[in-house]
Ligand binder design. Structure first.
Ligand code: ASP
Length: 316
């Protein structure tokens, strides 16, 4: 028997069930347990597997509470000297964000592999079993240490994965170019993933929204969100990071009021090259990933503040 792997189930289409094997849509996601998924793949009998059902949701309902539980389970798996790696079964709809969240908060010296499926387990050509087998195999390869997504024969970095299609079987792609580019005179080397920010489970989650630039856009959405107490804004800007003038003015007002702001491109491919004239902070990730980044950044700042207050208490 090879490799000891922990499989954490969270639901999704990989655990979905339809009334007929001809159906690849109109199914019920998150119906089968992680043990049932494993039992359906005879080749997994060659591995020493431990399973845990962390959640059972359609990933459109992925929550901060589930992320906190998942993070705890992965950390405990990474600490277990007997385990070679961890696999997470997940819905495809928010896989992009969970993978990013884990990639930015874990120091993973072993593989942490997220996998998913576009067709329910009952489909005549379900993709889940092969994806699960591939993910478990990958999780036993020490050279794959770190957070990865393994789907449809692809291995994508956890911090740079994008769901590009709502139902195609090959629905995932890397959200940024793997190598350097020369565009418009800008030599761009995709930045290495910065040091993980860490994760203190008991801190509150901030309120962060995504606002897009579009024809006719004005600043009213931003002003309304700021008035309602939003703490972070991701601006899905046009093209290479441009914002309509009234939107830019509203964003600057928000920033002055203490709201964290980052800009990403709303384009389906590529990322912002260089520093746009407005000078706002730019991220080369998808809008939903940028939202996770701001959530984590605000938490990190709260953690620093808490540490400062604790250090300043008399007796310390
Ligand atoms: N709605 C499903 C989910 O994200 C879609 C999927 O898994 O493909 O859970």
């Amino acid at each position: 028997m090879s490799g000891r792997v922990l499989i954490l189930g969270t639901g999704g289409t990989i655990a979905g069930v339809a009334e007929s094997s001809a159906q690849a849509t109109g199914y019920r996601a998150a119906a089968l347990s992680v043990d049932q998924l494993v039992a359906a793949v005879p080749a997994l009998a060659d591995f020493d597997l431990e399973t845990r059902q962390v959640a059972q949701v359609d990933s459109k309902n992925m929550s901060y509470a589930i992320w906190t539980d998942l993070h705890r389970e992965v950390v405990s798996g990474l600490k277990d000297g007997q385990l070679e790696g961890v696999v997470i079964t997940h819905g495809t709809d928010t896989l992009e964000e969970t993978a990013y969240f884990l990639a930015r908060t874990l120091v993973a010296a072993k593989p942490v592999v997220l996998t998913a499926a576009m067709r329910p387990a009952t489909a005549v050509s379900a993709d889940g079993p092969q994806n699960l087998l591939d993910a478990v195999r990958l999780a036993t390869d020490p050279s794959a240490a770190g957070v990865r997504v393994c789907v449809h024969g692809l291995v994508l970095p956890g911090h740079a994965v994008r769901k590009r299609h709502p139902y195609a079987i090959n629905a995932f792609t890397a959200s940024r170019e793997p190598g350097a580019t020369m565009e418009e005179g800008w030599y761009t080397v995709p930045a290495a993933l910065p040091e993980p920010l860490g994760f203190e489970p008991d801190l509150p989650w901030a309120w962060v929204e995504i606002v897009g630039n579009a024809a006719g856009q004005d600043g009213r959405t931003v002003d309304a969100l700021v008035a309602a107490g939003v703490q972070g804004l991701v601006i899905a800007a046009t093209g290479n990071g441009t914002l309509a003038d009234p939107l830019l003015e509203a964003v600057r007002r928000a920033q002055q009021g203490g709201v964290e702001v980052v800009v990403v491109s709303r384009c389906a491919e590529g990322h912002i090259v260089g520093q746009p004239e407005h000078g706002l902070p730019v991220l080369c990730v998808t809008a939903v990933q940028a939202r996770v980044e701001l959530l984590l950044l605000i938490r990190w700042k709260q953690g620093m503040q808490r540490a400062r207050v604790a250090a300043a208490k008399p007796g310390n």
